[in-house]
Design a protein around this ligand. Sequence first.
Ligand SMILES: [Fe+2]
Ligand SMILES: [Fe+2]
Length: 197
Amino acid sequence: MASDAVTLIKNDHRLMKELFAQLKHGDENRRALVAEIEARLSAHARAEETEVYPIIAKATGEKADLEHGTYEHLEAEHKLRKVRNLIDSPHFDQALEEFVAAVEHHMEEEESELLPALEKATDKKTLDRLGATFERARIDELSTSGYEQPPGTARHDTDDLANATRDELYEKAQKASIPGRSHMRKEDLIEALRDQT
Ligand SMILES: [Fe+2]
Ligand SMILES: [Fe+2]
């Protein structure tokens, strides 16, 4: 599995876009999806701000774009709180629309400007190392939010599912079209995937 920072960040963007689509189509539990998006978005943003943005600033000598990126993280989180507060309101769709537009704009800027600048200024080894640091910070944030267990807590079990991260399990569940997967915790995903076999 690719582990460089650029691929990991783009993969996480894609996963969040998939959650936005599910929320838009309303085919899953709205409250659970919003909670999952809040946890994932904050973890992703904090990991970028603490681990990735400083490396980009150092490598490119450019700070303005990163300050802009950090501002957009806060803006997205603010818009998402609005979405959560309007969960039972007729204004929900409008708030969701605004949130998704803001985040997609931000992801687009990262993918077309910041990440290519990072790739250009560093080498493969640095990108791999940064990928590991980003992922560790992101998972730590997720576990602090109470959303996800840190990887390895169920390592006494030796099969592949027990050793997978929640993201890997989620991807498997997606491929297997397991309903309700987005609001499942790691243990639930393992159980549902085991039931499939
Ligand atoms: Fe970002
Ligand atoms: Fe990002």
